[in-house]
Design a protein around this ligand. Structure first.
Ligand SMILES: [Zn+2]
Ligand SMILES: [Zn+2]
Length: 288
């Protein structure tokens, strides 16, 4: 918890009235200083305030009596007060203006990238920003509005419900975007996700790993292999014997990852789970 808190306003050193003053310095003398041991630890060891030390030496009195807060103690005079900080430790000294959780706008430049399709978002294209609050700051992650509709319609619907539209932006009606989602979902359901296991419908297919035929009704595993079409690289399905999966996964142009293989194979296969189990016995142990 201490680590995640933003630094106090005077965690560094400052120059004031010719003295090098740190927060810790003031806290050595100041009665209004740290109430909490946690905060004290947070700021490191307590050392002597230079101003205080000189005053004490010169006047022979305890400066706390007549000079409080002490000279140079900007933490107490202009910083966030202790009481405030303790009641709300997560607050930064100067809070940034609050950003809404969603923002739909036209891209102001062509520099942003869509987090869904990974492609560039061209200037003046509609985009949806989803606020991300991370340890290194707060900002929007952008998606083409259309891409967001296809993959995360809930966020689009929430943005519409909150009318999170930049001033002057004109947006398509929500049902139009919801229709995009329906269409995309249908396409996904029709396309078989790799990898999966099935029974060979005929004896004509050959194992792409060992080159030998795969018998009719024998189990075969369909994996993804890298293939180039012009300058595009795509994953194409290849059939392999369960016994050959291991070798194929290790080959360089295999696009099926060992990591998560078992989960994905179970998810994507439409054969009974006992058949998948049978395939796993033949596949043997895989090492990620
Ligand atoms: Zn996109
Ligand atoms: Zn084989």
């Amino acid at each position: 918890m201490l680590l995640s808190r933003p630094p106090p306003p005077h965690s560094g050193t400052e120059r004031q009235a010719g003295h090098r003053v740190t927060v810790r310095d003031c806290q050595a003398q100041c009665d209004a200083s740290l109430q909490s041991d946690d905060l004290a630890r947070d700021r490191g060891p307590i050392v002597q305030h230079p101003v205080m030390t000189r005053d004490r030496v010169e006047s022979g009195t305890d400066p706390r009596e007549d000079r409080h807060p002490p000279v140079g103690c900007t933490y107490l005079t202009e910083g966030t007060s202790m009481a405030e900080e303790e009641s709300n430790p997560a607050q930064t000294p100067e809070p940034e203006p609050e950003l809404p959780p969603y923002l739909i706008e036209t891209a102001r430049s062509s520099r942003s990238k869509c987090r869904t399709c990974k492609r560039k978002i061209n200037k003046d294209t509609l985009r949806l920003g989803i606020l991300l609050e991370g340890p290194f700051g707060t900002g929007y992650l952008w998606h083409h509005l259309q891409c967001a509709a296809r993959r995360r319609i809930e966020d689009v619907e929430a943005a519409y419900a909150q009318e999170a539209f930049a001033p002057g932006v004109s947006v398509p009606p929500l049902p139009e975007l919801q229709a995009l989602k329906e269409k995309a979902e249908k396409a996904r359901a029709e396309r078989k996700e790799l990898p999966y296991v099935e029974r060979a419908p005929s004896g004509r297919s050959k194992c792409k790993s060992c080159g030998k035929p795969i018998d009719q009704d024998a189990l075969r595993v369909v994996l993804a292999r890298e293939a180039s079409f012009g300058n595009q690289v795509r994953a194409t399905p290849i059939n392999v014997h369960p016994e050959c999966v291991h070798a194929e996964l290790e080959s360089e142009d295999c696009m099926t990852e060992v990591e998560g293989f078992e989960t994905e194979l179970r998810q994507n296969s439409t054969v009974e789970s006992s058949v998948v189990d049978e395939a796993f016995v033949a596949i043997g142990k895989l090492e990620a």
